[in-house]
Write a protein that binds this ligand. Structure first.
Ligand code: PMP
Length: 412
């Protein structure tokens, strides 16, 4: 009978399970390298100073209230969010080829995009034959469930080369070439999660060429713009390249990391149509369907994080300050990469460690094995996901020596 016989116990989310285990650990030397959230030099969450200013503005606004946002969200946010991704002077925006919807952070944007494609993207003229979504191997684990949940088949393309701890470019290109035409290809715009490995600009061009030849549909996930390199334009360059090349594509954009608004769930979904004489009309129709889907899912997106991000994006002085805050976060992480690599090299830890500084963004894929990861947790109270991914933001000048020595011991 329902539910006793048919509802099995679901496994705990591994990442949030790790966070729970860390919390319960009473060792003073414990280190949390699990969840991808920025931490300051004292291993504490960091409220961006520019976000504090925006919050102040909201709190002092006598007109502020808790009314519903429109279904598609706060337009002062979504319009600036599109500029952030595509560039302020992007022809796609000027030509009315962009439809933007505020979402429940990046997760909600991936979901809305998946739902939209599952409903309307019917490349084989047969609604029972859904296009496959190709995900990098590995990818952010949630991608698998998000796209499966909307009934899209998923497959993988090779991405990480275990030997070089860099990109398996040959494997990736082959998989994209072998995939059925007009497949959906999920691409991390920058700071690939979990590997920290991104294609070079020349490699992005080759990827775009293959995808154009195969008629593949690009689905960009951008969760780390400005957080990766400290430069908003540089971190958006892959998406802009595809748009310039004339692709029709979608973008799931998160403001969790680059604004430190994790729990406020601020993000956007963008549809960009290919240039054509009826592109603006197509885009208007897409926007109307996105609004309909949004209505049945969440009715209206949340207001607070949207207001914060909108205030910052629309004020030149605050925008400049935000860039400064982004450089603080990305700079500290880059410093930690350099420090970790040089400490491991100084210790003569077996293996090569250049990948620590070659990789970019929140995460490093260390190459540590599952048993080494288990040892680090049991003997040294260091918590990371079992695939050997570390959140670089969990390291600081106070714990990095301890961590490097622990790694050295488990590797030997
Ligand atoms: N995509 C990727 C690749 C991510 O790493 C994340 C954050 N872990 C997200 C999307 C979405 O996160 P959020 O829903 O918190 O914006």
């Amino acid at each position: 009978s329902f539910p006793a016989q048919v509802v099995p116990q679901a496994p705990e989310d591994p990442l949030f399970g790790l966070a729970r285990a860390f919390k319960a650990d009473t060792s003073p030397s414990k280190i949390d390298l699990g969840i991808g959230a920025y931490r300051d030099e004292n291993a504490k969450p960091w409220v961006l100073p520019v976000v504090k200013k925006a919050d102040e503005i909201i709190r002092n606004d006598p007109e502020a209230n808790h009314e519903y946002l429109p279904i598609a969200g706060l337009t002062s946010l979504t319009s600036k969010a599109a500029e952030l991704v595509l560039g302020a002077g992007a022809p796609a925006i000027a030509e009315g080829r962009v439809a933007s919807v505020q979402t429940i952070s990046g997760t909600g944007a991936c979901h809305l995009g998946g739902l939209f494609l599952s409903r309307f993207y019917n490349p084989y003229g047969d609604a029972s034959k859904k296009p496959t979504v190709y995900l990098s191997n590995p990818t952010w684990a949630n991608h698998n469930q998000i796209f499966s949940n909307v009934g899209l088949p998923i497959a993988q393309y090779p991405y990480f080369d275990k030997k070089t701890k860099g990109l398996d470019f040959v494997g990736m290109k082959k998989a994209l070439s072998d995939a059925p035409e007009r497949s959906v290809i999920l691409l991390h715009a920058c700071a690939h999660n979990p590997t920290g490995v991104d294609p070079t600009p020349a490699q992005w061009r080759e990827i775009a060429q293959i995808m154009a030849a195969k008629g593949h549909f690009p689905f960009f996930d951008t969760a780390y713009q400005g957080f990766a390199s400290g430069d908003l334009d540089r971190d958006a360059s892959a998406i802009r390249l595809f748009v310039e090349l004339g692709f029709e594509l979608v973008v799931a954009q998160s403001f969790a990391k680059n604004f430190g608004l994790y729990g406020e769930r601020a993000g956007c979904f963008h549809y960009v149509s290919a240039p054509s004489s009826d592109a603006a009309a197509v885009t208007t129709r897409v926007a109307s369907q996105l609004a309909l889907l949004q209505r049945s899912e969440i009715s209206n997106p949340p207001i607070y994080g949207a207001k914060v991000a909108s205030i910052v994006l629309n004020d030149p002085a605050l925008f400049a300050e935000w860039k400064e805050n982004l450089r603080t976060m990305s700079g500290r992480i880059i410093d930690m990469r350099k420090a970790l690599r040089s400490k491991l090299e100084e210790l003569g830890t077996p293996g090569t460690w250049n990948h620590i500084t070659d990789q970019i963004g929140m995460f490093s894929f260390t190459g540590l094995s599952e048993s080494q990861v288990a040892k680090l947790r049991e003997e040294f109270h260091v918590y990371m996901t079992k695939n050997g991914r570390i959140s670089m933001a969990g390291l600081n000048t106070k714990n990095i020596d301890y961590f490097a020595r622990a790694v050295d011991k488990v590797v030997r």
